[in-house]
Design a protein around this ligand. Structure first.
Ligand code: MD6
Ligand code: FE
Length: 213
């Protein structure tokens, strides 16, 4: 029988990693970051089709996408052209404890899901060293996440990501196709309580972009 990253569960799901107080603290940091580095709506390379999520970043590098130049990391915001704000310590500490990688993260991509936003199946492969994991933090509404294998057609498993959960794609699962099928609207009050009037879901993904040395 074929095995793949999903069936072997080589991804790591840490439910409830951050408690309610830490979740609120993290979200308040993200609010401050978004004042300096406002959300933007990326578009896909070539087709120019807009993503349904809005994005921003913190850390020395940020992930961006546009029609002309495609997916890439860059040190500045694509609209304001300012440097990205620093990464909150809670996130640096998470990486230190869980990433099992000898260098700090360089980018934290912030994805905001509101009004039916989802994320189609994709691989995270714009980084130089796939021995570094991608570490994700979910805040706000729960979402149905799927992980398959290195081929788009490999079998998938589904995991519900709730507020405070951490998920790592590492090892065999690092290049597995994955995505968000749907967000369960209204399942958390965290975003609405912390000043995002429409509520929704925030996902933070920490990445090492350049490798070590
Ligand atoms: C999301 N997450 O949870 C989308 N990528 O909204 C991702 O695309 C992702 O959760 C790499 C590693 C973990 C992830
Ligand atoms: Fe991803």
């Amino acid at each position: 029988m074929a095995v793949n990253a999903a069936e072997q569960r080589t991804f790591r799901h840490l439910p409830g990693y951050f408690n309610a107080r830490q979740q609120a603290e993290l979200l308040l940091h993200i609010k401050d970051i978004l004042e300096i580095a406002p959300l933007f709506q990326p578009v896909m390379p070539r087709t120019g089709k807009a993503f349904s999520v809005r994005m921003s970043n913190c850390g020395p590098l940020g992930w961006v996408s546009d029609k002309e130049r495609g997916y890439r990391y860059q040190p500045t915001h694509p609209v304001t052209e300012e440097a990205w704000p620093a990464m909150p310590k809670l996130l640096l500490d998470l990486w230190l404890r869980e990433a099992r990688y000898p260098a700090p993260p360089e980018a934290c991509l912030i994805n905001l899901y509101q009004e039916g936003a989802k994320m189609g199946a994709h691989q995270d492969r714009d980084e130089a060293d796939f021995s570094a994991p991608v570490v994700s933090v979910s805040l706000g509404d729960a979402a149905v996440f799927h992980v398959g294998g290195r081929k788009r057609t490999d079998p998938k498993v589904r995991v519900t990501l709730k507020s405070g959960d951490v998920l790592l794609l590492e090892g065999e699962s690092r290049l597995a196709y994955h995505g968000i099928d749907r967000v369960i609207a209204g399942s958390s009050e965290l975003l609405a309580r912390c000043g995002f009037a429409e509520g929704g879901r925030m996902n933070l993904t920490l990445r090492r972009v350049t490798g070590v040395g």
